[in-house]
Each structure stands twice: as structure tokens, then as C-alpha cells.
Design a protein around this ligand. Structure first.
Ligand SMILES: [Fe+2]
Length: 328
């Protein structure tokens, strides 16, 4: 990479890529282990604002507030993610930060963690990391009356396995909170929802990433993911029956036509019922390469019309009431 210094402006040429970061999150005294840049001129050339390992001073903070975007080098993203990871709990509890912004950064951080988790599902660190994600969501939900609305609004519309997992976690926590589940139960429900599809990491990537509908054989292979996920969770040391059941049984159906164990009615636990509903809702309301997304209204209408024998309709009704309550 070639650096040209002109009056304190470093224009980084050739293939140097930058990524915008959440500028409002940085406070006076914060110190990043990567350089910070701002964009200047109509070409949005990058100017070095603060070298790495230098604390943010009041004038720098003022400058940050004046610019539209703050950037780091793309290659420094892991460093920035680590920084966010260290301050995320403080951000969640900071009443001065708007809930919409909090929700965005918490969602973003969850996405980074889930991405790592799907690449390395059996890493023992996944359990404390997931607990931290869920705990941050739960704390945020309890700390602000508008948290659920904000979290639901930022759920991704495009389907990726890891964003789907976060969306399902957000919906399950919102529904659980609407059902007045206690905080400790919510945390376990959130864990189960976040990890519900972790078993997809053991299914052939050509199938999980396929740009199109699955063939019969591919679908049969995909159907192993709840039991794979259950096995991974056990291996990770998760022992809470509710969490494990939620992972293993989120595709079970009340009439016994689900998988992997063909459970009926009452055999399907509350966590599995809640996650099953949130899973179907998110699958319908996100866009896939082969299908458009349905609006929340249409997705719920379809669920009510066609899934009476599969999903617990009393919980679906609560889910609808919860959504009306949140007006999204
Ligand atoms: Fe699933």
C-alpha cells in the first residue's frame, strides 16, 4: 500500500478498503488499537483522524460529531469488534444512548459472534459468548420500554443462517417478555433460540447456502440439523433440559409430522413451541434468493390460515398481540 501525505491528509491509494463504524459509540478517553479515519471531499478520500493507541480527546470527539461517517481499515475490523465486545454491556446500560442506536450496535455485535460461532461451532467459548449476547438483549429489553420495538425493527430482512438465529432470538425474547417469563427463564429461552440452528453448521454448506429450493434429498439431509445442534450443545456442556429441547424440537409439529423425533402435542415443550413459531415467522418474513419476503401481517395471516395443526395457535395469538402492542 502506498501512503501519500499531503498537509496531514493521508490518501490511501490502491486497494485499501475502509469500513464505516458507529461513530457515536466512541467517547472521550476511549482508545482503539487501530487508526481512525474520516471521509473528505466528494470522493470521500480518507483522512487520518486519530492514530491507533491514542485516546479520544475532547477536540477529536467534537470532530467526530461533525463528520457523517467514521472509518477504520477493513483489515482492522477484528480489532474494532473486540473493542465493542469489551464495552457492549456499558453501552446497553447507558441511558444517554438512544435505544435505536443501542439496538443497532447490539444486533451488529451479536451478528459478529454468531458468524464466528457457525464457523467454529464446537469451540467451548461459544457458551459464554452466547450468554453475553442474550444477557445484553435481556438487559436492554428490561431497561427500556421501546427496546423490543427497536430490536424488532432492525431484524435483518435478508436471510442468512446467523442473522436468522439472532432474529429468532429477538422474537423469542420479545414474546417471552410479553408472556411475562422471568428474567432467568428468558435468558435460557434466548440461549435456546440463539443456538437453535447451530446444527446447520454440520450440514453440507452447498445445501445450507443453496440459492434455491432444496431437492428432496437435500431436505432430508437438512432435517438432521436439530439433532446435530442438540449434540453440539451437549458437547459444549449445556445441560438445561429446556434449552436442549428448544434446539432439538423446534421443527416438531403438534400433529406429529415434524422432525427429528415425530413428537405430538404436549410432548413439545414451551421453548420448542415458542422457537418454532419465531422460526417460521422469520423464515416467511425474510427474503431468500428464490422468494420475496412477506410483510409481518401476511406472514402471520399465512401462519394462522395454514399451520393450525403444526404450531400452538394460542402462542401464535400472543405473538400477534405482542406485535400489535409493539406496533411494528
Ligand atoms: Fe431449524
Amino acid at each position: 500500500m502506498k501512503r501519500i501525505r499531503i498537509q496531514n491528509v493521508i490518501t490511501e491509494t490502491d486497494s485499501q478498503n475502509y469500513t464505516a463504524i458507529e461513530k457515536w459509540i466512541l467517547d472521550i478517553g476511549d482508545m482503539l488499537e487501530c487508526d481512525l479515519f474520516i471521509g473528505i471531499g466528494f470522493r470521500n478520500d480518507k483522512e487520518l483522524l486519530l492514530e491507533k493507541n491514542h485516546p479520544i480527546t475532547p477536540p477529536i470527539k467534537e470532530r467526530i460529531e461533525q463528520v457523517r461517517h467514521l472509518y477504520i481499515r477493513e483489515e482492522d475490523l477484528p480489532i474494532y469488534n473486540l473493542f465493542i465486545d469489551q464495552i457492549i454491556q456499558a453501552v446497553a446500560q447507558n441511558t444517554k444512548i438512544a435505544i435505536t442506536k443501542k439496538a443497532a450496535v447490539i444486533y451488529r455485535q451479536a451478528s459478529v459472534i454468531l458468524d464466528e460461532m457457525f464457523s467454529n461451532p464446537e469451540e467451548l467459548e461459544n457458551v459464554p459468548k452466547s450468554k453475553k449476547v442474550v444477557n445484553t438483549f435481556v438487559n436492554t429489553i428490561f431497561s427500556d420500554a421501546h427496546a423490543i420495538e427497536s430490536l424488532i425493527k432492525i431484524t435483518a430482512y435478508d436471510y442468512y443462517t446467523h442473522t436468522h438465529s439472532i432474529n429468532v432470538c429477538v422474537y423469542a425474547l420479545s414474546l417471552g417478555s410479553y408472556l411475562r417469563l422471568k428474567a432467568d427463564v428468558l435468558e435460557e429461552l434466548g440461549m435456546s433460540a440463539l443456538l437453535h440452528d447451530l446444527g446447520k453448521s454440520k450440514v453440507d454448506h452447498a445445501i445450507t447456502n443453496k440459492n434455491g429450493r432444496l431437492t428432496y434429498d437435500e431436505y432430508e439431509k437438512m432435517k438432521h440439523h436439530p439433532s446435530y445442534g442438540y449434540a453440539i450443545a451437549v458437547k459444549l456442556g449445556i445441560s438445561d433440559r429446556r434449552v436442549l429441547d428448544g434446539i432439538r424440537h423446534h421443527h416438531e409439529k403438534l400433529d406429529g409430522s415434524g422432525y427429528p423425533d415425530g413428537l405430538h402435542g404436549e410432548q413439545i415443550t414451551l421453548f420448542a413451541r415458542i422457537i418454532g413459531i419465531c422460526d417460521v415467522f422469520d423464515a416467511l418474513s425474510t427474503k431468500r434468493s428464490y422468494k420475496d419476503r412477506l410483510s409481518s401481517y401476511d406472514a402471520l395471516h399465512l401462519i394462522k390460515e395454514t399451520m393450525k395443526n403444526h404450531l400452538d395457535m394460542s402462542i401464535v395469538d400472543d405473538f400477534i398481540k405482542m406485535q400489535r402492542h409493539e406496533e411494528f
